[in-house]
Design a protein around this ligand. Structure first.
Ligand SMILES: [Zn+2]
Length: 488
């Protein structure tokens, strides 16, 4: 299969008109300086609610992802989310929700969309003025009182309440999104669960910093991303303020509401390591959680410096897997095994710090975390053990046909090929270029795209740049062809 061409984002060309969308806004609007002055008549009443082409003047309802065309939004970039919720741990309901988004318009906007579904919206305000809003499928369609000029920063505040619905992880069949169990309420939102609990631009291409403020009844605690910046108690309620100062993809934002105990880990200068465990596990202190500092140091020899100021695990039940939520991996009790702990740790570099450009690039997350498993097996058990493990995985993959991992399809987004063939691809590259060049490729790739996004083509360009050779035949065989190449 040929390499795909870059994704075309529909945004810029579509957001230049100011008009009423049949929702009560005027048909002629005074624009702020710097925007187009074209006006059009209103579209026919009864305009459709879920077309791919938005009404003129609106940002696009999707960011242009080939697999999830409605995720993300066109016409603006989010810089910061302030997510404030009060959560009832018994029912899982968000009894009070308020998300404040600071964004910059990338085009003149008569209006725009936010991804948001299943909750009751009480009020939307743009720059302090109440705006017209309406639900449009999994989007919220917002018309401010006056248009926003290209390049202008604006603030959207959405007040809401309700109990978020669940989504599913394609290819794994696991529940994702907002999960309610008898013990806890928590979020594991890959790939599209974030907009079930807060409105936003729910695509990894629009990364932002986050402040997550959650109020719960005592004695429940709230664990989230980054560092705990504040904790206050009043009238039997506790409020936890978590700050994530590095850019983060929406699906990596989490809260875990549960009765938890903190366990501090020492041994690594400059990185705070803290786990959050139910009381029985805190007493037991599972062995796979005890060696995080050592494993961060090991991965730094391959990937470069750990990209964040903190790391930890929060343990839940009822999920059956683990998710690499940024700086705070959410681990099911059943996932507390060494290989899963190191897999999620490796994602902090690959997926979290360097995020995929589109969901089609998912092997850049899962293939790299699988390759990290190989490195770890070699470090712990030796080269022979790693090669035996790799041969087993290659033999398994050879028995199953699958689409090329450069285009796995939505249904196999988290299928075994993305993981196993992705990891085998990187092992084959390591054998081809040698350990020193492979380390240089991985460290350069992380350094170049840290806090940002990369595509498959971006990784190939780094590899060819550092190896100083044309690798197109190699990558075509491993990424773009259906047939599994032999192991080197
Ligand atoms: Zn993974």
């Amino acid at each position: 299969m040929p390499r795909r061409s870059p994704v075309v984002v529909l945004v810029a060309a579509l957001a230049l008109f100011a008009c009423g969308g049949g929702d009560g806004t005027p048909t002629t609007t005074t624009l702020r300086p710097g925007t187009s002055t074209t006006t059009t008549s209103s579209p026919p009443t009864g305009a459709t609610t879920s077309t791919t082409l938005p009404p003129a003047g609106f940002g696009a309802p999707g960011i242009g992802d080939p697999y999830f065309p409605n995720l993300g939004n066109g016409g603006f970039d989010v810089e910061h989310y302030l997510i404030e919720t009060t959560v009832d741990p018994e029912t899982g309901e968000i009894t009070r929700g308020e998300t404040t988004i600071t964004a910059t318009a990338t085009a003149g906007l008569a209006g725009f969309y936010l991804d948001f579904r299943s909750l009751e919206v009480l009020e939307v305000a743009v720059d302090g003025a109440t705006a017209v809003h309406e639900a449009d499928g999994a989007d919220l369609r917002i018309t401010p009182t006056s248009p926003i000029a290209a390049g202008e920063e604006f603030v959207v505040r959405v007040r809401y309440r309700g109990t978020p619905g669940q989504t599913r992880l394609p290819g794994l069949g696991l529940a994702s999104g907002w999960i309610i169990t008898p013990e806890e309420v928590y979020v594991v939102a890959e790939p599209d669960g974030a907009h079930t609990w807060f409105p936003g631009s729910d695509h990894p291409a629009d990364k932002a910093t986050f402040t997550i403020v959650t109020t719960v009844p005592e004695p429940f605690a709230v664990v989230s991303n980054g560092t705990l910046a504040g904790e206050t108690h009043s009238d039997g309620m506790a409020t936890f303020v978590w700050e994530m100062d590095d850019p983060m993809a929406t699906y990596l934002a989490t809260i875990v509401v549960a009765e938890l105990e903190s366990v501090d880990r020492t041994g690594l200068e400059g990185i705070e390591i803290r786990d959050h465990l139910p009381a029985d596990l805190a007493a037991e202190d599972p062995r796979p959680l005890q060696r995080t500092a050592e494993w961060i140091e090991f991965f730094e020899t391959w990937f470069g410096p750990y990209p964040f100021a903190s790391y930890g695990h929060v343990v839940v039940s009822g999920f059956g897997a683990a998710l690499e939520s940024q700086t705070m991996s959410v681990m099911d009790r059943a996932a507390l095994v060494d290989v899963t702990v190191i897999h999620e740790l490796a994602h902090q570099w690959f997926g979290d710090s360097v995020s995929i450009a589109t969901w089609q690039d998912i092997w850049l997350n899962e293939g790299f975390a699988t390759f990290a498993e190989f490195l770890w097996i070699e470090d712990q058990l030796g080269r022979d053990a790693m090669e035996a493990d790799i041969e087993g995985r290659h033999a398994f993959m050879k028995r199953h046909s699958h689409r090329p991992i450069s285009d796995p399809g939505v249904d196999e987004l988290f299928g075994s090929a993305v993981y196993q063939r992705g990891g085998l691809t990187l092992h084959a590259l390591r054998v081809k270029v040698g350990d020193d060049v492979m380390r240089d490729i991985l460290r350069t790739y992380v350094a170049r795209y840290t806090g940002a996004n990369a595509s498959t083509e971006d990784f190939i360009a780094v590899a060819e740049d550092i190896a100083a050779r044309d690798l197109s035949v190699f990558f075509d065989a491993w990424l773009y062809e259906s047939e599994l190449p032999p192991l080197p």
